[in-house]
Design a protein around this ligand. Structure first.
Ligand SMILES: Cc1cc2nc3c(=O)[nH]c(=O)nc-3n(C[C@H](O)[C@H](O)[C@H](O)COP(=O)(O)OP(=O)(O)OC[C@H]3O[C@@H](n4cnc5c(N)ncnc54)[C@H](O)[C@@H]3O)c2cc1C
Length: 331
């Protein structure tokens, strides 16, 4: 049996200090990822610093932006009228994740920093460069149906599993943190998660002990007509095999603004900027959506068991864009 210390920080500064001052300490929010992995011995922290009592649980909707505290529950964020109105893609992505019980526990920051569902990462007996650097990647030579086709490396092909983060990637959200030294910083959401490269155990740009305090969603007119489409083995309580977060604006018969991100197929939330550029100015048609989807997956590198994900992701993206193009624009 391993000993584990449970602590609470009374203030943000104290919580940061408690984790930063101890190399094997970690923050605990809803615990739906941390406790899961602790029970599997896939992670082995010896101090858990609970952040749920910190004053970080507010959603403040103002003209021009919505500020979301790090410990806001996924279910509360999805149900907030301003989120559903201004960023429907985010509300839909949150509701597509996990189950109602989990969404009632899981927090925004916890969702952003959840670990991969790769079965080799979750099995301490397996080789996994992410869990135990230098041991190898069992997925590359093993079962890799669920793994990434985009953003992988010779050391890791684990999919980043979050639905909400796929939406946040195309919304250009901004993450606010407090660093161990006490100063604050902002991180563009697209810069938060790193590619695995030859250091797959490093998953974000955060320092040890750096606490996410809140996230800001700046108003984005194109997001008023946006949606999240998720394809999975069963229609509830399952992770994405492929998903698409899309926003579309059409004026005078051509695409005037578009945002695209893919989930379930990449090692981090996957923004598709080149496909967005390609679609700008084109007539929103099956041909142009097919061309955009092909470009979005052009860099895909399949493994023995997951080549199907390329076509699945393309079709998911085409279907999501087609759905938006056929809707009445609420703007
Ligand atoms: C059965 C099951 C099914 C699931 N299905 C889905 C799904 O379909 N889609 C999906 O997107 N997700 C799914 N999830 C994942 C779930 O959404 C995450 O486990 C959850 O969002 C994590 O949030 P949490 O608050 O519980 O985080 P925790 O488990 O408490 O923490 C997760 C990580 O975040 C860190 N952390 C937490 N808060 C902060 C902070 N403020 N600053 C810095 N670090 C912090 C912790 O140290 C830890 O590393 C599923 C989970 C389970 C167990």
């Amino acid at each position: 049996m391993r000993c584990l210390r449970y602590e609470r920080g009374a203030t943000v500064a104290e919580a940061v200090h408690r984790v930063a001052g101890h190399p094997a300490a970690t923050f605990l929010a809803g615990g739906t990822s941390v406790v899961d992995l602790l029970k599997l011995d896939a992670i082995t922290p010896d101090v858990l610093v609970d952040v749920r009592d910190l004053p970080l649980a507010d959603i403040v909707a103002e003209p021009g932006q919505i500020r979301v505290g790090a410990t806001v529950r996924n279910s509360d964020l999805a149900a907030h009228p301003a989120v559903a109105d201004r960023f429907p893609v985010l509300a839909e992505a949150l509701l597509a994740g996990a189950s109602p019980q989990l969404r009632n526990m899981a927090t925004l920051a916890g969702n952003m920093l959840q670990r991969t569902r790769c079965s080799y990462f979750r099995d301490p007996a397996a080789d996994c460069n992410k869990r135990a650097p230098g041991t190898g990647c069992s997925a590359l030579r093993g079962l890799n149906r669920d793994q990434a086709v985009l953003g992988g490396s010779a050391d890791c092909i684990a999919v980043f599993p979050s639905d909400a983060c796929t939406a946040l990637a195309m919304l250009d959200a901004v993450v606010h943190t407090v660093r161990p030294g006490g100063d604050t910083r902002t991180i563009a959401f697209g810069d938060l998660h790193t590619l695995p490269g030859d250091t797959p155990h490093v998953e974000t740009v955060l320092e040890h002990g750096e606490l996410i305090t809140h996230l800001v969603l700046h108003d984005l007119p194109v997001a008023r007509l946006s949606a999240y489409l998720k394809v999975r083995d069963r229609s509830s309580y399952d992770f994405a095999l492929a998903s698409a977060a899309v926003a579309l604006e059409v004026g005078d018969g051509v695409v005037t603004a578009v945002r695209i991100a893919l989930g379930g197929v990449a090692t981090r939330p996957w923004r598709c900027r080149e496909a967005e550029q390609l679609l700008l100015g084109l007539v929103p048609s099956p041909e142009s959506f097919r061309a955009g989807a092909a470009l979005a997956l052009a860099d895909a590198r399949p493994q023995t068991g997951n080549a199907f994900k390329i076509q699945l992701a393309e079709q998911t993206l085409i279907a999501a864009l087609t759905d938006l193009a056929n809707r009445e624009d609420p703007r």
